[in-house]
Structures are given as C-alpha cells and as structure tokens.
Design a protein around this ligand. Structure first.
Ligand SMILES: [Zn+2]
Length: 858
C-alpha cells in the first residue's frame, strides 16, 4: 500500500511537472488577481489545464452548469438544439443585481433599440460574445471558459466594474456538432511529445472537417437565411436581447497573426450607418493595447470586409449592434509550426481571452457612446432612407406554401409586414389582396427588410470576402415591386402566417385518375410519398385540358397523373392517401372521373410517362466541396425526406452501383477518381441510369469525354501595370464570389416543369462560362440578355455571359446526365433552383433521347 502511494505521489509530481513544463498556469491567461476559492478553476474541474486537450462542447457545457450552481453572477439559458441534438445555450453573466433585474434590462434595451427612452447610464450595455461558429476554430470556445471564470470568480475592482456596466451574453459554442468532430479528431492524433510538423495527421482533418454543422453548412453564412436550427434559435434569442455590441471569435490560417475589425473601409456595407465603423475603430484600440501589452502581433482594416449581412459580425450591424469580427491565426491542433515560429494552442487561446477582456474594458469606457448609437440607430437609418427613392416593397407568389415560407422568414427576423385591403396592380403585375404583402422600409428592422429585397449592381469596391449579391426575394422566386413614398401603405399589420388548406376536388362520385398540378411548390414531396408507398405515378409531358361534368381545368406540363389502373393498392386506399397529401402539403389534387381530356389529351397518351422511384447516392469525400455535397444531402434528407446513401469517393471501387438509379455528384475536385473508377461510372450511366452533376463535376465529366461541354474563353484585356507593388490592385475584381444572374428557361423542358415564367434566377459563384450545347434542345437554361440582377462581376465577362449555358442535359449510352453548372441548391435557401433539381431527380430518366447532347465517345 505504501509503495502504491509512493508511486501515486510520484506520478502526480511528474504530471504536475509536465503540465508546468508544457502547459501554462491560469495566470498565463488571466490577470493575476484574487479569485473566489469556492469557484472551481477550469483546471480543477477538467483535471487538466485549458489548452492541454481540446474540450468537447458537452464538457464546456457542464463547466458552465457548474459555474451556475456555484454563483449568482451567472445563469444559463438554452435557445435551441442542433441537428445532432446538442444543446445551444448562452451564459448570462453580470452582477447579481442585474441578473435579478434582467427583465427590466431586456425591456430597456428593447425600447432603446426602437429609439424610445433616454440613455440611462445606470443600465448595463448588452454584449453578446459568440465563440467558434466554425467548429475547427476552437481557441474561441476555450477562451470563453476562462473569460467566464474570470467574470464569475475574479475579485477585483475591474471585474466589479465590468459586471456593473456590462450584461454579458456568452455563447461559448455556436456550432456544437462541428466542434464535436474537430475536437475528437485533434485529440485522437495528439502525441505525448509535442509534434509541430505541419504534415502531422493532427493538422489535417478528415473530410468534411469540423468547420461546418451536421449538414456541412457554413453556419457563419446562415444568419440571414435561417436554414438551420442553430441560426433560427440564435436570431430568436438576439431579438429578445437587442445587444449593444456583438463579437464573433474565429480563427484563420496558421501563418496569419490576429485580425480585428474594422475591415477594409471601402468594403463596408453602405447601408450600415457610418458611426458603426467609427465605434468599431474605437473598440479596436482596446484590442491593440491588449496585444501591445502581451507582445502579440495583430492587424486591422485589411483582408476582411463587412459586407454580406448573412455573416455574424455584419448581421449584427444591420440590427443596430456594433458587430466585430475577430480572427486568430490557428494552431489547428495543439502546437504547429508557422512562418513565425511555433504557434501553440494555449497562445491562440490567450489572444482570444485578451480580446474578450478588452471588449469588456472598451464597453465600460465607451458605454455612453454605445448606448447613444443604439438609441439613434433607427433615426440614422431613416435619414439615409429619406434620400432614397425606394420606400418599401410589395411581394406576392401564386403558391401559398412558398409565399408563406418567405413571410415566416420575415417574421423570424422581426421584419414588419402589412397586408392589402384591396387588390393592386403595379406595372402590369397583379397583387391580389390576401396573397400580397407590403414591407415598408421605415420600420423596426429597416436594414434587414431592405436586404431581403434590394438588388445591388453598383459597388465602391470590387473585392468581397463572401457573396456580393444575395437578394432573398430572388432566391425564393417571388414577384416583387419596389414602392415609392405614396405607394407604401401600412393598413393591415400582418402578424400571423395565414392558414393553408389543400383539397381533393371531385368531378363526380367516380374516380378514374388523380392529377396533382405541377405549378404547386410541394408537388415533389407528394410524389416522394406516393413512390415510397409503391403507388404508380406518371408525369405528363404535355398540358392537359380537361372538361367533364361541366368543370374545366388545364393541368400544366409536369403534372402528376395517378390512374386507378393496375395499382397494387385499392382505390379507397389511394383516395385516402390523396386526402392526406392534400392536407399535409396544402395541395390541390383533382380526382377525375374519366381519362378523356380534349380529343387528343387522354390519360393513356404516350406523352404521359411512368416514373421510377429514385434510389439515390450522393458522392462525398476527399476533394469534393463539403458545402456542395451538404446542400444535396440536406435537400434530399430534410426537404424531400427521402433516404440517400452518402458514397465516399475513396471507396468507389468497392461499391455495388446497381443499388442506385440516380447519382448526384457535388462540385469539387475529382482527382481521386482513377481510370478504372471512371470506367465503372461509364458502365453505370450506359445502363440507363441518371447522373446529376454540379459545377466542377460537369467539367470533370467533360474532361473524361463522358459528355461534351465547351468553355468560353474570356480573356481579360484589362491593363496590367507590370509594377510589383500594383499587383493586388491590378488583379482586384477579377472573380465572381456570388452574384445573381437571370436565366432564360425552357418551361417545356422536364427540368423546368412547373415553372410559370420563362425566367428564373441563378447564383453564379465562379467565372467559368460554357457554350450552349450543339443540340439546341439540350441547354434548357441560359443567361439572359439582361442577366445582371445583383452582385459584382468582372466587366470583361459582360459580352460573354448572355447566352452561356447554366443547365445542360446529356445522353451517354442509355443514361442521362443533367449538369447544373451553377449551385442550384445554394446554401439551401435558393428555392428557385430546388424545383429544377427535383425535376432532374424524378424526371431525368424520362427526358426524350433526341433532345440530349451526345457524349464525345461511347
Ligand atoms: Zn471562422
């Protein structure tokens, strides 16, 4: 026993020495002040110092829970659940007094954000600190643990002053699912001896990496789109609290130092009031001082912009807070070599702690100006709006589901919406009462309202960190008109989503067939359910004019036809299913009593073609774009709710492809496909299967001569100075990071069945332009003559864009290949593209042979 104890003591000493040798003390991170001994330090709680191992989100959560049981200066509030069922929570940290009065504080800031009430300096400012929205940028999350300990346990005048002036809403981990993947990865590959070699597995995560959420979506692009539960919960929470300042802690490449906003001055969103930039600059001085005192390197006003309102630090600017982006050069593991020597994980955490504490200090000092800015925010924005012609927007859509979905998005952002008291017609566009809404810009959320509808085509700068055009009303494919002062009416405030009802319309007591018209948004969801039930469904390649028992109807191309003929199920069973689908998806379904439309359009016509249930595989893995693959996965899994197998490209050789009749290739680099892999793909397509290819996947297939796609050469004749120092300037503005182009679509083509107009919108994210196919029927979508809707694109492409192909359809053996050359499922908010993808998925196989572009070799 005695020797066991000796060994134990020896081990403990060794461990302590090790930890002292490799891992810093608490004082490395935090000011050397007295700390409340009743509050466990992170090291006491976890059993190791912060930075020694990567914490999982769950561990972080339990530490915060511990703090909340030990102190009255902290309370936790859950605001949502991730796709993988992890808890999203915020720690409210302030003085005991403020926490007791939190309702009053909330109301005060609600009023202040509406310009009501006076600046009251006895009220704390509200700071929302968001950490590590990218799951493989975890110095932020680890810093939050230390910052929370500092605030809760620290016993100094400064801590007291912070708790008195600042009501902290600390969100330690904005992306728990991605965090889980990354923390597990780096811990799994951590050696006992520090290995800093950049080639170590520790620093190269397996695909898709921890940056993204469960569906491989970039959560820091979703603030405006609200596709994912993480964003929806957060925006709901922020609306309750109206933060004064919002910080967004990230990491960037290992060889970089530390960046804090403001970003490039010319790349600020012009809608954000100027004082926002000035206050950001003032807060930045506190970061600079903090880094000066510890000798860390930093930069500002360079590289990063503040333009796209779908990013955290910019979204917050649009709702009246001062949003600040912070970026630390990443160790991406526990310690890694960089061009400036070894970067350790603790060092990166220390910088994030320093900026967190500097944010507190800045707010204590700048509180009067910050609260003043909050109070005057609406006034400032209204002043800008006074000088502009557009005062609001009116929108409608013939589809109830789609229109209501947009309305819901507006409500989620707190945007004020008004209904019409009578029908309106503006420039030949009809806006029916009950199905049209007015969004005035002078309202509580003016900049969010504006950015939902505003097309931007002129820019003061030509470089963008993310997309330069994102107009949500275009993405939803809505009918929109801008309104002048006299046209904006605020009559019927709309606060609820109108109820929707589907119906099965009977033509007589007898049923011969059901028709689900294609001009309804949820038609494919109904189709999925029918095929899953093994009910025979056909799709009509012609418009069907129908007249019986005195009732008339025209069913457009792409309408689904379900006849009672040769079904496995009884008529009663299918009838019940139809009622169920009509209700569930708010669909109008027609129950016809005869197969006879007009004289030629009978329901046994050869142009009404049987459909097959798609057995879908989605290619994933090394080289492929995780976001492109994730968009496809999310769409099939969450929107359509059909099973799709994720197939790792590196195991392609082992797969039995006969299990699938439809494969979807995301955009990306297909360099991992060997010659024999490609041959396997050739055989599979030739057998009559359907391949859907996005972006670069199409280019790869063309390179393999499976299909023919010719790029347009678009040489830039722009002046090149030849001056070394002008290189960046000469090459600025040569890319398309995300701009919206209009496309002319062939609505008689199966890929565009159910579209009502010959025009739609596409998000273009690269400068590659393709010639239309030589078979003139095989390019059903081309950029319009007046293609430019919103966002920046280089001038030298202007003449080449019109007429270039956006969608092409190819034949290979008995198979079909449908190429979406742009990301038609972009960030899963691009509803205009979703329907085309669904059409390709379900009707691809039925596209007529003569209309296909033939491959280069067969
Ligand atoms: Zn990031």
């Amino acid at each position: 026993m005695a020797s066991f104890l000796r060994i134990l003591i020896f081990l403990l000493i060794v461990q302590q020495l090790n930890s002292q040798h490799q891992y810093p003390s608490l004082q490395y991170y935090l000011p050397d002040i007295p700390y409340d001994e009743n509050i466990p330090t992170p090291e006491q709680y976890f059993g190791f110092q912060v930075g020694e191992w990567h914490l999982s989100q769950e561990k972080v959560q339990t530490y915060f829970e511990k703090l909340a049981t030990k102190s009255d200066k902290i309370e936790l509030v859950a605001y949502g659940t991730t796709h993988e069922n992890r808890t999203l929570f915020v720690a409210m940290i302030s003085s005991e007094k403020h926490l007791k009065n939190k309702k009053e504080i909330q109301t005060y800031h609600q009023d202040l954000s509406l310009g009501k009430g006076e600046v009251n300096l006895s009220m704390p400012a509200i700071l929302y600190q968001g950490y590590s929205i990218h799951g493989n940028e975890l110095s932020g999350m680890h810093a939050s643990v230390l910052a929370a300990y500092y605030l809760v346990a620290g016993q100094s005048q400064e801590v007291e002053s912070i708790l008195d002036h600042v009501f902290v809403l600390m969100d330690p981990c904005l992306n728990p699912d991605g965090t889980q993947r990354f923390s597990t990865w780096v811990n799994s590959f951590k050696s006992n001896q520090p290995v800093t070699d950049v080639q170590s597995s520790e620093f190269s995560e397996s695909w898709p990496g921890g940056r993204y959420n469960h569906y491989w979506s970039d959560m820091n692009r979703d603030w405006l789109l609200l596709v994912h539960p993480e964003s929806r919960g957060r925006i709901r929470f922020l609306q309750e609290w109206n933060p004064t300042v919002l910080t967004d802690h990230h990491e960037m490449g290992t060889n970089n130092t530390f960046f804090f906003q403001p970003g490039v001055p010319e790349q600020n969103n012009p809608n954000t009031p100027k004082n926002n930039f000035l206050l950001t600059e003032e807060i930045g001085k506190y970061y600079a001082r903090a880094f000066d005192s510890i000798g860390s390197l930093y930069y500002t006003k360079y590289n990063f912009d503040d333009y796209y309102y779908g990013k955290g630090s910019t979204y917050s600017d649009a709702i009246g807070a001062i949003g600040i982006l912070l970026e630390q050069g990443s160790s991406r593991g526990h310690a890694q070599n960089s061009i400036r020597g070894i970067i350790t994980f603790p060092y990166t955490i220390k910088n994030q702690v320093s900026t967190s504490l500097a944010t507190y200090r800045s707010i204590v000092d700048l509180k009067p100006s910050l609260l003043n800015y909050r109070k005057n925010f609406l006034k400032e924005v209204y002043k800008q709006l006074d000088g502009q012609k557009i005062k609001g927007y009116i929108f409608t859509d013939t589809d109830d589901v789609k229109r209501n979905r947009f309305l819901k998005l507006l409500f989620q952002h707190g945007v004020e919406v008004y209904g019409l008291d009578k029908d309106k017609t503006i420039e030949n566009h009809f806006f029916p009462k009950g199905k049209s809404y007015i969004v005035p810009l002078k309202q509580n959320k003016p900049l969010i309202a504006k950015t939902m509808f505003e097309d931007v085509t002129s820019f003061s700068d030509s470089s963008f960190y993310d997309i330069s055009g994102w107009t949500l009303s275009r993405a939803y494919g809505l009918t929109v008109k801008s309104l002048s002062e006299t046209e904006v009416e605020k009559q019927i405030k709309t606060i609820e989503i109108p109820e929707m009802a589907g119906e099965v319309v009977h033509y007589s007591e007898k049923v011969y067939a059901w028709i689900i018209p294609s001009d309804q948004w949820e038609v494919h969801k109904a189709l999925c359910r029918l095929l899953q039930e093994d009910i025979r469904v056909q799709v009509s390649f012609m418009d069907i004019a129908y007249e019986t028992s005195g009732k008339k109807a025209v069913f457009p191309k792409g309408s689904l036809v379900i006849t009672v003929f040769n079904q496995k199920h009884s008529v009663e069973y299918i009838a019940e299913k139809m009622e169920e689908l009509a209700n569930k998806f708010s669909l109008m379904i027609h129950a016809l009593d005869s197969g006879n439309g007009t004289s030629t359009q009978t329901l046994g016509h050869p142009e009404i073609k049987p459909l097959q249930k798609p057995e879908v595989g989605i290619l994933t893995g090394n080289g492929l774009s995780p976001t492109s693959a994730g968009e496809i996965w999310f769409h099939t899994d969450k929107e359509l709710q059909i099973p799709a197998t994720l197939l790792d490209i590196q195991k392609w050789g082992n797969f039995r492809l006969d299990k699938y009749n439809t494969l979807v290739f995301p955009s990306g680099n297909y360099g991992d496909m060997s010659e024999s892999d490609v041959n396997k793909l050739r055989d599979w397509i030739k057998q009559g299967n359907t391949l859907i290819a996005f972006g670069n996947a199409a280019k790869f297939l063309s390179g393999q001569k499976i299909l023919t796609l010719k790029t347009k050469t678009t040489t830039d004749s722009g002046k090149k100075s030849g001056i070394y120092g002008s290189f960046d300037k000469d090459n600025a503005g040569k890319s398309i990071n995300g701009a919206i182009f209009s496309i002319d679509i062939d609505i008689s083509h199966p890929v565009f069945f159910g579209f009502e107009q010959g025009i739609s919108y596409s998000m273009k994210t690269d400068t590659l332009l393709y010639q239309p196919t030589s078979n003139v029927y095989a390019s059903p979508a081309k950029y319009s003559q007046n293609y430019h809707i919103s966002g920046f694109h280089p001038g030298h492409l202007k003449t080449s864009i019109p007429g270039s192909a956006a969608v092409t359809v190819h034949g290979y053996g008995n198979g079909r290949i449908i190429c979406f050359l742009d990301p038609f499922l972009f960030r899963n908010y691009w509803l205009a593209g979703q329907k085309a993808f669904n059409n390709a998925l379900f009707y691809g196989k039925t596209i007529s042979t003569g209309t296909l572009e033939k491959g280069q070799e067969e």
